[in-house]
Structures are given as C-alpha cells and as structure tokens.
Ligand binder design. Structure first.
Ligand SMILES: C[S@@+](CC[C@H](N)C(=O)[O-])C[C@H]1O[C@@H](n2cnc3c(N)ncnc32)[C@H](O)[C@@H]1O
Length: 447
C-alpha cells in the first residue's frame, strides 16, 4: 500500500515547486489542500510551513550560514529541508525539538540516503546545542534591516526612500504575518448574513469584513472546498480589491470596460453590482485568462459579461467611436502590496523588472483614456505600494491629460476615512487592515 506523505513532506515538495519550478505558492497550496489527503491539522501545518519559510527565507539563510561551512555544496532540497526545520525552531512554539529533528532526518533518509540524513541530523543538533544567531549584531544597517525582516535589501531601500524607515519596517513586518482569507458575497444569490449561515453549515466560520460591505473574513475551514463555492454564492477575493467596485460605482444599465480583467475577480464584482443589467466588456492579453472569467461568470450566474482576448494597448482602433461610462484599468504591476499572500515575490522580482512596468502602465492609461465617455470615469488600480506605479503615475497622467480631473466624490465613497492620500487616489498599506496593499485612483473625464 502507498504510504501517505507526511505534512512536512508535502510542505517540502510545495516549497521546491515554488522555488525551483516557479509555481505560485497560493495556487500550489490550494491544489494540495484540495486533494483530500491531509487532515485539517496537517493542512494548517503545511500552510504555516510553506508561507512561513517563503516569508522568512533570508533570515533562515542567515541562520543556516552559521552551521554549514560555506564551501560545502548542499542540494537545494536539503537546504530547504533545513530552512523548514530552522523555521519550526525559530518561529513556531508548539513543535518539540525531537519532532522537528526526527521528521527532518526521516525525510532526508527517504529522499536522499543515510549520509544526507546524518548531515541533517548533525546540523540540527548543533543548532539546538549552540542556539540561533542574533541578526541584530549585523553592522551594516541596510543588511541588518533586510535580514531581520527577511526582505531583499533593494526592496527595503526602495520603501525607506519612498515612505521613510519606520513605515518600511512596518510594511515588512506586515508582510511576514500569515495572510487572511476573505470572500466576496454574490448578492445576486444571497446576503452576507445568509452566506455566514450557509458556510457554517459546511464547517467554515466567517465574520463580516473591515473594508467592504460585500466582504466576509474566513476564520476557520476551507471556503474554496465548499458546495457553496461551487454554487456561486461567493468569490475568494481580498477585501482591498473589493473596494474597486465602490470606486467604479456601477449603476444599472452602464457599459463598463475592464481592460486588464483576467482572471476576472473585479469583472464579476462589477457585473454583480450591475445586477445582470448593462455590460462589462472584459479584456485580457491571454486567452486562458478570458476563459477563467467566463468560467467564473457561469458559476456566479452572470450574463452581462463579454470577454475579448486582446492587447488593451490597441483598444482605440478596436472600439473606434464607442465609449464607456466607466473604464477600469487594473494594470499589471509589481505586486509589492501582496507579498504576505505571495511571499515568493520578494525573491523573484527585480528592481529592473519593476521599472519596465511603468511605461506599460502609462501606455495603457494613455490608450484607454479616450474610451471614457465625457462625464464618465477612469479608474486605475494596482496591488502595489510603489509610488512610481501609483500616485506619481496618476499625477503625470493628469499633467498630460487636462481633460481629466480627480473625481470629487471618490474619497466620500470609500468606506474608511483614515487613509490619507492625494485627491482622487487611495493607498491602502498592508499594515492597515490586514488586507492587501492596494492603490485606486478615480478620475473624471470633463464634459
Ligand atoms: C493585475 S492583473 C488583473 C486582475 C484582475 N483585474 C482581477 O481582479 O482578477 C493584470 C492583468 O492584465 C493582463 N494584461 C497585461 N498586459 C495587458 C495588455 N497589454 N492588455 C490586456 N491585458 C493585459 C494580465 O494578463 C493580467 O491578467
């Protein structure tokens, strides 16, 4: 009979698929948790280990450097197994030392051979004897801040430059907290109160959200695995993203262009707010993403979405004289606001890659601006906290496009008032509401 994988083996396999093969942690975890092999307790441990190790990777590498000779070459998976063990020692208080060591040695023996198991055993026992090193002794302030908070130096530097050192550390600390799961109620199929009851009947506990009237926060259980999800009663979405529908404020019968729509989280919210009237034209560069939008629309019972796989930088020619009451541009961005949910971003993104996104966002803004009906609104959003992609992108746009102005009712329409941003913009920081870092701007076309 095939022996079931232990929780730590599953976690190690998932970590390797993210680090070595470039899988997305969120998707890989979701697939593993949905396959029914793990108990609820094991699911919780796998989630903690995968997110925890990806979040704390730089700190863990610093620890490991004290116990392994720099000249010794070790396989990637052995290094990851040691990170996972160090993580349990440094950040989890309910794992006894002997369980941490025994499990690691068992995996090393099974995956490698007796020699590797001996090496892993030796490193872990040395770490238990000598204790973990303290990064606060690192002399260089930049390196110390990066290692203590487990973020690349360039990222800490960028945030310090843009937001000041205190805020930079708050951002990094918030990134290292386990992410919460929130869901958006499909009001075409029921109220938030009805959904709370329905989820409870399926073993999932949920409470009302902090930011959006459509949001519920999941406190326990696996919402994506419920029948309620299959029946289209809700969508998994972060609460910050739900604010976009409040920014767009769709009214019955409106025509809305969602120019960067895949996989459709915001498109379907707008279509729900339109109560199946009007039309949301949802574009994405990639056909597989427009297919995802269609699949979600069917699950949610929406029939006012039209999808189109095309480059939004060519929309003027495509739509000729047609205009839209609202144009939403949820542009490709650096994703620096969602590191808590996708910690691999810290290790895969580069400063140069981020710089390359800025002209693309500018081009998307310039191209789609003329598709807004006079008096209509252009809504620009990103899931980042990087000023060049956010408020500076918008001020440059307004300087170039005097036919647009900050939409005057925007800040009143946003649910929380304590977010102090320039007119017509809103910056949610990742430490504010335990939701994603997110930026929205709402601009009105004059006339
Ligand atoms: C931030 S994501 C959008 C998320 C989506 N709005 C949601 O809520 O689910 C940006 C999307 O823009 C798409 N994209 C990138 N460049 C594009 C372009 N030139 N034209 C159209 N779509 C583009 C990407 O494929 C990606 O799906």
């Amino acid at each position: 009979m095939k022996r079931r994988e232990t929780a730590r083996e599953t976690a190690l396999n998932l970590l390797m698929s993210v680090v070595r093969d470039g899988a997305y942690s969120q998707i890989a975890l979701n697939d593993a948790l949905n396959d029914g092999q793990l108990s609820d307790r094991d699911k919780a441990l796998v989630t903690t280990l995968v997110y925890g190790v990806l979040q704390r990777k730089l700190t863990l590498a610093y620890y490991l450097s004290y116990f392994v000779d720099r000249k010794r070459r070790i396989d990637d998976w052995v290094e990851m197994l040691l990170y996972m063990s160090f993580y349990q020692k440094a950040f989890l208080d309910r794992i006894p030392d002997h369980a941490m060591v025994n499990e690691a040695v068992m995996i090393a023996k099974k995956r490698g051979h007796q020699g590797i198991a001996g090496f892993v055993n030796g490193v872990l026992r040395k770490m238990l004897r000598e204790g973990l090193p303290d990064p606060s002794v690192i002399e260089s302030p930049e390196r110390r801040m990066a290692i203590q908070n487990s973020h690349p130096e360039w990222m800490m530097h960028l945030w310090t430059e843009q937001w000041g050192q205190e805020v930079a550390v708050r951002i990094a600390e918030a990134d290292n907290v386990p992410p919460s799961v929130s869901v958006r109620v499909n009001r075409l199929k029921g109220s938030p109160e009805e959904l709370v009851k329905r989820l409870a009947a399926e073993g999932v506990s949920a409470v009302h959200g902090h930011l959006s009237r459509d949001g519920l926060i999941i406190k326990g259980g696996h919402a994506a695995g419920t029948d309620a999800f299959q029946e289209g009663l809700f969508t998994i979405q972060d609460e910050s993203s739900m604010l976009v529908a409040d920014a767009v404020a769709p009214k019955a019968g409106m025509h809305i262009l969602d120019a960067c729509a895949g996989p459709g989280g915001k498109t379907t919210h707008l279509a729900e707010r339109l109560k199946n009237t009007g039309k949301v034209v949802a574009l994405d560069l990639h056909p597989h993403k427009t297919q995802l939008i269609e699949r979600s629309a069917t699950r949610l019972g929406l029939n006012n979405i039209e999808t189109l796989a095309m480059d939004a930088r060519c929309t003027r020619a495509h739509f000729a004289d047609a205009t839209f009451d609202r144009v939403l541009l949820d542009v490709p961005c650096s994703g620096l606001g969602v590191i808590r949910r996708k910690p691999e971003i810290k290790w895969s993104k580069t400063a140069d890659e981020i710089k390359g996104l800025i002209p693309i966002q500018r081009r998307l803004l310039d191209e789609t601006a003329s598709l807004v009906t006079p008096g209509g609104w252009l809504i620009y959003s990103t899931c980042t906290i990087h000023k060049e992609e956010n408020e500076r992108q918008i001020s440059a746009f307004l300087a170039k496009h005097p036919e647009f102005q900050a939409e005057p009712t925007f800040s009143e329409r946003m649910p929380r008032k304590e977010m102090d941003s320039p007119a017509g913009t809103l910056q949610v920081m990742p430490y504010m509401f335990h939701s994603d870092g997110f930026f929205i701007s709402c601009l009105r076309r004059k006339g």
